[in-house]
Ligand binder design. Structure first.
Ligand code: SF4
Length: 151
């Protein structure tokens, strides 16, 4: 019997960065969006599920869908992990998700501002670190565990 505990959901392949190491942002994603109810129904149909990992592309391009999924899973033992590049991880987003059973992983490729531009293809360094600062100082009730992917 196969009893999966971890589910990965690629919510989109679209991205708001242009990383030199990745081609996701070059892809067109013209597919019709799957209704959130169907996603949640599929997840809830797996009684052994304990972890949902939402990945992209950039998941936070679809914040409304993330809020809906989190609300729908709030009566389950499933913890949700969101892997983000941090650009859209603003204060309103953190305030909305902090009450849920959630784990946010922010990908940080380098601490060098100039190299960041090369790696990410954008000037998002300051925005990402402002968002990180805000998330870690303004939300006393939020359990803070940030994993950094530093290459
Ligand atoms: S942020 Fe992630 S998904 Fe987006 S282009 Fe960079 S590596 Fe690819």
């Amino acid at each position: 019997m196969y009893n999966p505990t971890h589910i990965y959901y690629m919510i989109t392949i679209q991205c708001n960065q242009k990383c030199s190491k990745c081609s996701h942002w070059k892809q067109k994603d013209n597919a019709k969006r799957l209704p959130t109810e169907k996603i949640v129904k599929a997840i809830k149909s797996i009684p052994t599920a304990r972890e949902l990992c939402i990945v992209g592309g950039e998941p936070l391009l679809f914040k409304t869908e993330i809020y809906e999924i989190l609300n729908e899973l709030s009566d389950t033992p499933i913890r949700t992990t969101i892997i983000t590049n941090g650009v859209l991880m603003d204060k309103p987003f953190i305030e909305k998700v902090a009450k849920h059973n959630i784990h946010i992983v922010v990908s940080i490729d380098t601490l060098d501002k100039e190299f960041w531009k090369f790696v990410r293809g954008t000037n998002s360094y300051e925005r990402v670190f402002e968002n990180l600062e805000s998330a870690t100082t303004d939300n006393g009730s939020l359990e803070k565990k940030y994993n950094f992917v530093i290459n």
